[in-house]
Design a protein around this ligand. Structure first.
Ligand SMILES: Cc1ncc(COP(=O)(O)O)c(C=O)c1O
Length: 377
């Protein structure tokens, strides 16, 4: 199988697997005061230090939790409740882990939500975002879009939020390991990171949060993680997350260039084989690891099932409900028609991707597209 779905989840890195196995053998609750507990606590604190160092943050700013979805929910709902409610300023192309908490607060509480529009290339309208900021409870924008790979001007958006005195959350799940991410430099208040997108295990991640972030907890209980996220901390998960993140950040420059070159070859090959496809990739200013193609007349499901049958794992990039690909809210916000928003295929690369994966994708795609188009007629 040729795996080109790293943006959904990336294979576990051997270093992360080894770190997980080693830490999983230890006993003790990191909150217990006996020797076993203290040794487990040491594993957690060492992982916290390594995660902080890799992200340009202080260890005290790392709140360990279950992954990107929880980190986004804590960033959005935690800041909203912590600020006593009000307007949420976000963008139309956020992941559902940000959009749905914001919209839920509008439905069930008295939040209002501003979703800034984006240009046809997916970048957020900075003026619209800035104009909506004064008096808002919080702002939230993603660093890299998970469907098309659009890179948002996070420093500019964070500076605008700071000027308006509005705390700002960022979903950096698809940016970490692919772009340079430095929390202190960014000017953000909170930032979501997920381990399994960079070769760590599923079920662990972090919200990086300034010490003065006005966060209300979503989980109440034992008061772990600065009293913001109760629950026994997953020491083995934290150790594996730290190993994967460290490796991803240490090798980032060389890897980003290698992956972007693979992605460019893939994008060129798609354009040559399917001239009417709208292809977005690293050379057009998108993230190095994502190549996205809108293929008129071919449904996402049909394309990805046919690619799968040829041994190539790809995705539509957008959410699925009961096996049916939903119309992409991201593509619609970028001006694509409803039909086109169901006709996309996303190739995403990562640490284990090779030339052979690109060759296999390019070999399988023309037939998958013509059969998907024929099936749709
Ligand atoms: C941009 C973005 N945010 C959040 C998430 C959710 O992360 P997790 O799977 O760790 O909950 C994902 C993964 O699908 C993502 O791509």
């Amino acid at each position: 199988m040729h795996y080109l779905d790293h943006a959904a989840t990336s294979p576990l890195r051997p270093a992360a697997r080894a770190a997980w196995l080693e830490a999983a053998d230890a006993v003790g609750n990191p909150s217990s005061l006996h020797g076993d507990g203290r040794r487990r606590r040491a594993i957690v604190e060492e992982a916290r230090e390594r995660i902080a160092a890799a992200l340009g943050a202080d260890p005290a700013e790392v709140i360990l939790l279950s992954g990107g979805t929880e980190a986004d929910n804590l960033g959005v709902k935690g800041l909203w409740w912590g600020r006593g409610g009000g307007r949420i300023v976000t963008t139309a192309v956020e992941h559902h882990a940000v959009l749905d908490p914001a919209r839920w607060l509008a439905q069930t509480a008295d939040a209002t939500v501003h979703e800034s529009p984006v240009s046809p290339n997916g970048s957020v309208d900075v003026d619209a975002f800035r104009t909506a900021l004064p008096g808002a409870a919080l702002a939230s924008a993603m660093w890299v879009n998970n469907e098309v790979g659009a890179i948002q001007p996070i420093a500019e958006l964070a500076a605008a939020a700071k000027e308006a005195g509005v705390p700002m959350h960022c979903d950096a799940v698809q940016a970490v390991g692919h772009l340079e991410v430095d929390f202190h430099e960014s000017g953000l208040t909170t930032m979501a990171v997920s381990a399994h997108k960079l070769g760590g295990p599923v079920g662990v991640g972090a919200l990086i949060a300034r010490r003065d972030a006005p966060l209300s907890p979503l989980l109440h209980g034992g008061g772990q993680e600065r009293k913001v996220r109760s629950g026994t901390v997953d020491a083995a998960g934290a150790a594996a997350f730290a190993s994967a993140l460290e490796e991803a950040v240490r090798t980032r420059q060389g890897e980003a260039a290698r992956i972007a070159a693979l992605a460019a070859r893939l994008a060129d090959g798609i354009r040559a084989a399917i001239p009417d496809a709208v292809v977005r990739g690293a050379r057009d200013g998108y993230a190095p690891h994502i190549v996205h193609a809108v293929v008129p007349g071919a449904s996402s499901e049909a394309m990805l099932m046919l690619m799968d049958a040829s041994g190539v794992a790809v995705s539509s990039g957008s959410a699925c409900t009961a096996g049916v690909v939903e119309r992409s809210h991201v593509l619609q916000a970028m001006g694509h028609s409803a039909e086109e928003s169901r006709s996309a295929v996303r190739f995403s690369l990562g640490w284990s991707s090779t030339d052979a994966d690109v060759d296999a994708a390019l070999a399988a795609l023309p037939d998958a597209v013509s059969r998907a188009r024929a099936a749709g007629q």
